[in-house]
Write a protein that binds this ligand. Structure first.
Ligand code: CA
Length: 232
């Protein structure tokens, strides 16, 4: 993970310095921007792997900047970790809705921030390639409209079924355990048991398979988990 370039967008010099020092100690490259306008200029010129974004900024505030970055096709893939103060709880939620990947509340320890940076970079490294439509056999999965069709016929899926299908389809051929899928698709929702995955797989199969008892799309690897057939 070292060698990744991180843009720190923050106007308080002491905090910038604290973050910069600790990131560089871990082998990350850093760059800094003291306001939103400079940040945007740098983002368009530089090649960054992650943004650390303070919410309270002069010129363009952090939320607005987050919105701009996520709406910009050239930048939207960039993961964002927001820095927030306790009093900005509402903004934090809004930021996550706008597409920020994680947040750290001030005051934070360098160790906490580094852990988040590491985790977000690891997660985004596993991100599937960009693209609006995923095709598998006769299935077409549209990531923008959340529509799934089979041979042109719409298939109605719940949002969880959709997310599960998309997750497997974008990683076809790879086997995932139920626990792994729970983490990846349900993202730590409480009161969800591994059995829930089986239930959703079964429902998905009745929707997308010609013969759900002999699935050709979503396969079971006995004792391990599920996978999307890679040879379709
Ligand atoms: Ca600030």
């Amino acid at each position: 993970m070292a060698g990744r370039k991180i843009l720190i967008i923050e106007d308080e010099p002491d905090i910038v310095e604290l973050i910069r020092y600790n990131l560089e100690k871990q082998g990350y490259e850093t760059d800094t921007a003291g306001d939103g306008r400079v940040a945007l200029e740098k983002l368009h010129k530089g090649n960054y792997d992650l943004i650390i974004l303070d919410l309270m900024l002069p010129e363009i505030d952090g939320l607005e900047l987050c919105r701009i970055v996520k709406a910009d096709r050239a930048l939207s893939h960039l993961p964002i970790i927001m820095l927030t103060a306790k009093s900005e709880e509402v903004d934090k939620v809004l930021g996550l809705e706008l597409g920020a990947d994680d947040y750290v509340t001030k005051p934070f320890s360098p160790r906490e921030l580094l852990a988040r940076v590491k985790a977000v970079l690891r997660r985004t490294a596993e991100r599937p390639p960009e693209g609006k439509v995923v095709r598998i056999g006769d299935l077409k999965i549209d990531k923008e409209t959340y529509r799934v069709t089979k041979r042109g016929v719409p298939i109605n899926l719940s949002s969880t079924e959709f997310n599960l299908l998309l997750y497997l389809a974008e990683r076809k051929g790879k086997v995932f355990s139920r626990d792994y899928l729970l983490d990846a698709v349900w993202k730590g929702e409480t009161f969800v048991e591994p059995r829930t995955v089986d239930v959703h797989i079964r429902r998905l199969r009745t929707q997308i398979e010609d013969d759900p008892s002999k699935p050709v799309y979503i396969k079971t690897r006995r004792g391990v988990g599920y996978y999307m057939e890679g040879e379709l």
